[in-house]
Design a protein around this ligand. Structure first.
Ligand SMILES: C[S@@+](CC[C@H](N)C(=O)[O-])C[C@H]1O[C@@H](n2cnc3c(N)ncnc32)[C@H](O)[C@@H]1O
Length: 350
């Protein structure tokens, strides 16, 4: 199915297999029309505003503020930041505006203890830490060691590691207790992460549901593994790799079925680790109903203590409501961002 390419309004035609995938999932290919002109975004580290003129001089363009996202600026698609002093010194980082919205939906407050269950490579993890400032803690978990190692590098570069610990572990079973098969591997901790001075036994101590309801995480982000079909960056990679790998990596039906099972498990375990009254955000960069609304509905049917809540800040975001009230969808056409689904839950007392 890879061979035949059908003309589409985007700069590079989408292959028939991808159009088929969109069609089967009820997705309109026109949302990708503006993919090539979708701006990139950068976030300026808090306290670095004074450096803005210097950054603009270096990249030779004026940065326009994103009115709905504090500290964010549009970056024209052809501007490269990797060689700038500000980037190398960790004063700016690239993160899509929709990803930032998923982090803002968490409503991070000073002192929060946050869990990022699919943390790597770590753009959202960095933003959570930036918002948290000098209180609380963040625990980042990812099953892919090499990807989590990249997160560690980012934390060090942006000087955000003090309140963070990173575990290579399966997010569907992670619970800060020794796993039966394999311990989660702690690969990084900052000096205020809550780990210094503790023994391994303390760090991996078993916790029961009653304890979790009181002392579990205040905020949990489950930015789940998905087919990435909404991610402009990901889809554009196939233009270089060749569309032939797309079927295997994105469109394979068996893989999609497995991924929805994984997503439900990640959401379920993330929610288990949330304290009563805490908030969990579930997001994916897929736009299929199967990986979003269906997962949310299945999860809600199994958890009476889970309530889907409105994302207050979302009222001013350029996105649209998804099929379920209170859930949001970003896409290139509507939002001038990459594609993202976002749902927010709270945990009610049992
Ligand atoms: C969409 S990416 C996360 C992106 C990340 N939140 C960010 O902002 O950079 C999904 C991640 O889930 C991880 N993953 C897949 N299966 C997992 C599992 N069972 N437990 C934990 N992480 C998993 C992948 O390795 C991948 O890094």
């Amino acid at each position: 199915m890879d061979g035949e390419v059908v003309a589409s309004p985007s700069k590079s035609p989408l292959p028939e297999a991808f159009l088929d995938f969109l069609n089967k999932n009820g997705l309109d290919p026109s949302i990708y029309v503006s993919a090539h002109s979708t701006p990139r975004y950068i976030r300026l580290k808090p306290g670095c505003q004074a450096q803005l003129p210097e950054i603009e001089a270096e990249i030779k363009c004026k940065l326009k503020e994103v009115c709905w996202l504090p500290d964010f600026y549009y970056l024209p698609p052809d501007v490269r930041i990797a060689s700038t002093k500000a980037y190398q010194e960790g004063k700016i980082y690239g993160i899509d505006a929709a990803s930032a919205a998923a982090v803002l939906a968490l409503g991070i407050s000073p002192g929060d203890h946050a869990l990022d269950l699919c943390a790597a490579p770590g753009a959202k993890l960095c933003m959570i830490l930036d918002l948290l400032g000098c209180s609380g803690s963040v625990t980042g978990v990812d099953v892919a060691r090499h990807r989590l190692a990249a997160s560690r590098t980012m934390l060090q570069k942006y000087a955000l590691g003090d309140r963070c610990r990173l575990f290579v572990a399966d997010g569907t079973t992670f619970s800060l207790i020794p796993l039966r098969i394999q311990d989660p591997e702690l690969i990084f901790y900052g000096c205020h992460s809550g780990v210094v001075g503790f023994t391994k036994h303390d760090v991996y101590r078993n916790v029961n549901d009653l304890e979790i309801s009181q002392f579990g995480y205040d905020k949990v982000l489950v930015d789940a593994e998905c087919t990435h079909d909404g991610s402009i960056k990901h889809i554009q990679k196939f233009e270089q790799w060749g569309w032939t790998t797309l079927s295997r990596r994105v469109l394979d039906a068996e893989r999609t079925d497995d991924v929805t099972v994984l997503q439900l498990k990640l959401l379920t375990n993330g929610f288990r680790l949330l304290k009563v009254g805490g908030c969990l955000v579930y997001s994916t960069c897929s736009l299929t109903v199967a990986q979003n609304e269906d997962v949310v509905e299945q999860f809600l049917s199994q958890h009476v203590s889970a309530e889907l809540v409105e994302i207050e800040a979302g009222k001013s975001w350029p996105c649209r409501q998804a099929r379920i009230p209170n859930t949001l969808r970003f896409d290139p056409l509507t939002s001038a961002t990459s594609g993202l689904f976002v749902a927010k839950f709270t945990k009610l007392a049992a």
